[in-house]
Design a binder for this molecule. Structure first.
Ligand code: AHM
Ligand code: MG
Length: 328
C-alpha cells in the first residue's frame, strides 16, 4: 500500500512516526507517543549539552531553576529530564537507567511499555566538549497491565525489544532508531525544533577498515583479540576511538568498522552494560546488516539476569566480526 512507500529525506520525525504507525502493527499509537516523548527529551538534552560550559557560570551568577538543576552534572540532568519526559508521557510504567540502581516506577501502571536507558553515555567526554550520547531500549511489559511492573519486564532478552535507538550529540545532534524494520536517522534542526529524516534506511557496509577499541588496554586483552588488532595494524587499518560508545558506533555504522570492548582482568565481563548499551546497539546493528557478538555468540542471545549486568562486545561490519571470531 502507499503506506509502505519510503518517505523522502526532509520528512519530520513526527510525520515519519505517524506514517510508520499506519504501516506497521503498532496501531494504538502508544509506541508512537513514546517515541515522540524520547525525541522531546532528546531536544531538551541537546539544549543542555550545548550550554554545558555555561551552566556553572550561570549558577555562579545566582541564576538557578527551581529544581536546583543548574548545579548538577549533565548526566544527572539528563537522567532527570528523561525520567520526567517518560513519566509525563504516560506510555511507560517503569524505567531502568544507568544512573540509578533500582527500577524506577512511573506510577503509570496501566501503561504497556518499559524503557531501559543510558541517559548520557560517555561520561569522560562530558566536560571536554567531545561527543556524547543517549541510548534507549523499549519493551512491551510482560507483567499484567494494571499491576506494578517488576524486574522481569526488563529481563526478556534482546530479541524482545520493540524498539531501540540512540541520540548522538555530536557536531550535529542525530536520533537513530529502529522498531525492528528499517534503521533511520533524523538530524536535529535546532532552528525549527524538529528532527528531520536525513539518513533513511541505514545499511552498514559489509566490510570496513576502521577499528575502535581502547588501545591502551591491548596488553590486557585475550590472545585472539590481540592477534586481531595486530592484523588490523598489519593491514594499515584506521584506528578511531572517541571513548563515547554512541559516537564510535555511529561512525562505524556509516563508514564500516568494528568496535571492541573485550574483557580485561579488571573487568572480566567487559565494561559495557547489556540492557541499556549492548542490547539496543546490537538490535540496531543487526537491522542495519552488522553483527554484534561475544566470543560465544550473538549479543541478542545473551540471557539477561540483572539490571546492570555487563558483557564484552564486538560489533560492526560482518566481514570484520567474522575475521575476529575466526581467531577464537
Ligand atoms: P560511561 O557509562 O561511564 O560513560 O562509560 C561508558 C563508556 C562508553 O561510552 C565507551 O565506549 C567506554 O565507556 C569507554 O571506556 P574506556 O574509557 O575504558 O575505553
Ligand atoms: Mg554508559
Amino acid at each position: 500500500s502507499s503506506h509502505h512507500l519510503a518517505l523522502p529525506v526532509g520528512t519530520t520525525l513526527d510525520r515519519y512516526i505517524m506514517n510508520r504507525q499506519h504501516a506497521f502493527a503498532y496501531a494504538t499509537g502508544e509506541l508512537s507517543q513514546l517515541l515522540r516523548d524520547i525525541a522531546l527529551a532528546g531536544k531538551i538534552i541537546h539544549r543542555e549539552v550545548n550550554r554545558a560550559g555555561l551552566i556553572d557560570l550561570t549558577g555562579g551568577m545566582g541564576v538557578q531553576n527551581v529544581q536546583g538543576e543548574s548545579q548538577q552534572k549533565l548526566d544527572v540532568i539528563a537522567d532527570i529530564r528523561f525520567n520526567r519526559a517518560l513519566k509525563n508521557g504516560g506510555e511507560v510504567c517503569a524505567i531502568i537507567s544507568e544512573e540509578e540502581e533500582e527500577i524506577i516506577l512511573t506510577g503509570n501502571n496501566h501503561a504497556k511499555y518499559v524503557v531501559a536507558i543510558d541517559p548520557l553515555d560517555g561520561s569522560s567526554n562530558i566536560d571536554v566538549n567531545v561527543s556524547i550520547g543517549t541510548i534507549f531500549s523499549i519493551y512491551r511489559r510482560v507483567t499484567p497491565i494494571g499491576s506494578e511492573p517488576t524486574i522481569e519486564d526488563f529481563l526478556q532478552g534482546g530479541h524482545e525489544q520493540v524498539a531501540a535507538g540512540y541520540i548522538l550529540y555530536g557536531s550535529s545532534t542525530i536520533l537513530v532508531y529502529t522498531t525492528g524494520h528499517t534503521v533511520d536517522g533524523f538530524t536535529y534542526d535546532a532552528s525549527l525544533g524538529e528532527f528531520i529524516l536525513s539518513h533513511p534506511d541505514i545499511k552498514s557496509p559489509p566490510d570496513g577498515t576502521i577499528y575502535s577499541c581502547n588501545d591502551g588496554n591491548t596488553d590486557l586483552y585475550d590472545e585472539p583479540v590481540k592477534a586481531y588488532l595486530a592484523d588490523c595494524r598489519r593491514k594499515h587499518y584506521t584506528a578511531r576511538y572517541v571513548g563515547s560508545l554512541v559516537a564510535d558506533f555511529h561512525r562505524n555504522l556509516l563508514k564500516g568498522g568494528i568496535y571492541l570492548y573485550p574483557p580485561t582482568p579488571k573487568n572480566p565481563d567487559g565494561k559495557l552494560r547489556l540492557l541499556y548499551e549492548c542490547y539496543p546497539l546490537a538490535f540496531i546493528a543487526e537491522r542495519a546488516g552488522c553483527k554484534a557478538v561475544t566470543q560465544s555468540g550473538s549479543v541478542l542471545d545473551i540471557p539477561a539476569h540483572s539490571l546492570h549486568q555487563r558483557t564484552p562486545i564486538y560489533m560492526g561490519a560482518p566481514a570484520m566480526v567474522k575475521n575476529l571470531l575466526s581467531l577464537f
